[in-house]
Write a protein that binds this ligand. Structure first.
Ligand code: GLU
Length: 617
């Protein structure tokens, strides 16, 4: 339950205070029992799609739901009979006539829409069941699922309505006469009158409205009250027909799908966000609650909630653009590899997308990709900050990736995980065999970058061929001549060691006595995650000809990170002590080695600085 000092409650309390003095309008009297309502009652409630309810005023006072039951009965009809049958039975045309008009569309042989009584009576026939009792039970269950609690019938209102509902009876008989309904009128009205007489309060109605906003799932109970695919059908008709013969003006002014009932209640739905409900029994000449209309008008205006008020800002989909010059994969590269990547990586572009992908944002993203691709060798689109893609976005991205527009530019996607918010995009991009034909998809940006770098190095014939290196080919021993190498090997005696994939080679915190030079395979440098206990963060990947654990040579301290074999790994293990001793007897060779290490560190630092610069932009 939200506290009273949250901003929504504060806003509602102020609105309630302002409107409570309005005393225009009259309580409905055409159903005698309704005349007993207390005209002073006034409540406003808002329920969110995550199940929080903000309510002010008499939000717990029970009243009969009346015509606000109509959209829920309509929703249930879709769920039970499917779209075609329901549309066949009742139209979706606004009439501009009062709710209880006897106008029927004799040409199409159905009532104009399900929000006027004729249409609602036809829909009431669609509650499943062989007997009246079963159909009443189905109606009660359906409405209760939307409310998230067992709703009761107001017997007195039902009896009053049944005893005086001659006009509704006339409508039902007319419809029976032209076969618009098949059951006997009394059998249908027996459900309809009870449906209108179900007891709710303002809080219930906000939750019921929020269930429409939440794709048909009651946000408080988590129970599906209707299939999501029909929510749009119901809201469309509420939008054009929900407010009696004031519906056009309402759609223009308030612009929120809504429904009102003669007991003085109104519901309104902002899809994906909230359900709004008001209760105040005094009605205007259209039969809508005077304060309810005023409250909804104010809420819509104050928060810009009108359906046609654009609030998307599609350009925000482009979060950031980076070039490979500034950001590299975490794979540590040799000098020769770095030289090549330095020359080629300016043409690798990384586009970071963000937010939700729908038609507008997906189109903007595709437009940008195409523009960048004109001058790039590779475009990586990173979806890490994208929270979802709707049908339109899937369609556009499929359409886009299905044609290779620029043969000189390769497109890659990253961060589209099978168990993430873009799982639907992942399956849309994968062929039936699960293979990504049009665009390769990587779990993370680093994997995509690594893939591109490897492709570039392969093109320059620098690919890691499958051969084991010799000691002189190790980067930190470069520039040592044959004699220097011989002396080094003789006194240091590097030991060829093999690790299995996944084996921990260095543990964080241990004292470093050995360092390793890779002759085959690769190793991953990892640190414990700051955010999640027990998780590690991958810092770098070290491959052939490169060393790890060699900081111990300079620092002689505890290990700063853990190193794990990424593949089967063959390295030379070199004793720090032995190398230091060698340094004392052969200082000039030792300086060469240290200079190689310093060069290596300086380069890593430079690359890290570049990455920080690119990310801070
Ligand atoms: N039970 C009422 C009737 O059919 C519902 C009217 C309404 O709320 O619009 O007359």
């Amino acid at each position: 339950m939200p506290s009273r000092d949250d901003p929504v409650s504060r806003y509602l309390a102020r609105l309630h205070d302002e409107l409570i003095s309005v005393d225009a309008g009259d309580v409905a009297t055409y159903i005698p029992e309704l005349a007993r309502a207390d005209p002073r009652h006034f409540a406003i409630a808002i329920a969110t799609t995550d199940g929080r309810v903000f309510a002010v005023g008499d939000a717990g006072i029970p009243f009969t739901i009346q015509s606000v039951s109509k959209p829920f009965a309509y929703a249930h009809a879709f769920a039970c009979h499917g779209r075609a049958d329901v549309l066949d039975k009742v139209g979706v045309e606004p009439t501009g006539d009062p709710f209880n008009s006897i106008v029927l569309d004799d040409i199409a042989n159905h009532p104009y829409n399900p929000m006027v009584n004729a249409g609602a009576i036809a829909v009431a026939e669609l509650f499943p069941g062989d007997t009246l009792q079963q159909r009443i039970g189905a109606m009660q269950n359906a409405l209760s699922r939307f409310a998230g609690r067992e709703l009761d019938l107001d017997e007195a209102v039902f009896r009053s309505e049944s005893a005086t509902g001659h006009r509704n009876r006339a409508i039902a008989y007319l419809m029976r006469n032209s076969d618009m309904i098949k059951l006997e009128p009394e059998a249908v009205l027996g459900v309809y009158f009870r449906q209108c007489s179900m007891l709710v309060n303002c809080r219930d109605l906000a939750i019921m409205a929020a269930t429409f906003a939440n794709d048909g799932v009651n946000p408080v109970t988590g129970e599906a009250a209707m299939p999501a695919e029909f929510v749009q059908d119901v809201l469309s008709v509420m939008h054009s027909c929900g407010m009696y013969d004031y519906a056009g003006q309402w759609a223009y002014e308030v612009g929120i799908p809504a429904k009102s009932g003669v007991s003085g209640c109104v519901i309104a739905v902002i899809p994906g966000q909230i359900g709004i409900a008001t209760y105040s029994p005094r009605l205007d000449s259209y039969g809508n609650s005077v304060r309810g209309v005023m409250a909804c008008r104010r809420i819509s205006a104050d928060f810009g909630l009108h359906a046609f008020c654009s609030r998307t800002g599609v350009e925000s989909v482009l979060r950031h653009e980076l070039y490979g010059l500034h950001i590299r994969s975490k794979r540590v590269r040799t000098l020769a590899e770095r030289a090549i990547l330095d020359r080629s990586s300016g043409a690798i572009c990384i586009i970071e997308a963000q937010g939700r992908l729908f038609f507008g944002t997906a189109e903007r993203l595709v437009h940008r990709i195409r523009k960048v691709a004109a001058n790039a060798t590779h475009v990586i689109v990173d979806f890490r900050h994208v929270q979802g893609a709707d049908r339109a976005a899937l369609r556009l991205l499929q359409e886009f990736t299905g044609v290779s527009e620029n043969p000189n530019c390769r497109l890659l996607f990253s961060h589209i995980l099978a168990n993430g918010p873009l799982a639907n995009l992942r399956s849309a991009l994968a062929g039936s065999d699960g293979v990504f034909q049009a665009v390769p998809v990587f779990d993370g940006l680093d994997a995509a970058l690594k893939h591109v770098e490897e492709e570039i190095l392969r093109m320059h014939k620098l690919a890691a061929e499958d051969k084991t290196l010799t000691l002189p080919e190790i980067a930190i021993f470069q520039n040592l001549d044959a004699e220097e190498m011989r002396l080094l090997t003789l006194s240091v005696q590097p030991k060829l060691t093999t690790f299995e994939s996944g084996q921990i080679i260095i543990r964080k915190g241990e004292l470093g006595k050995t360092f390793f030079a890779i002759v085959r395979g690769s190793a991953s440098v990892e640190l414990p995650s700051i955010g999640t206990a027990g998780r590690t963060v991958h810092i770098a990947s070290v491959g052939k000809s490169l060393a790890f654990g060699h900081l111990a040579l300079v620092e002689g301290q505890a290990r700063g990170a853990q190193v794990v074999a990424e593949t089967e790994l063959v390295c030379y293990a070199i004793s720090i002590e032995a190398l230091r001793a060698f340094g004392r007897s052969h200082p000039s060779i030792y300086v060469k080695i240290l200079m190689n290490i310093i060069g290596d560190l300086a380069d890593t630092l430079r690359a890290t600085n570049e990455t920080i610069r690119a990310l801070e932009r």
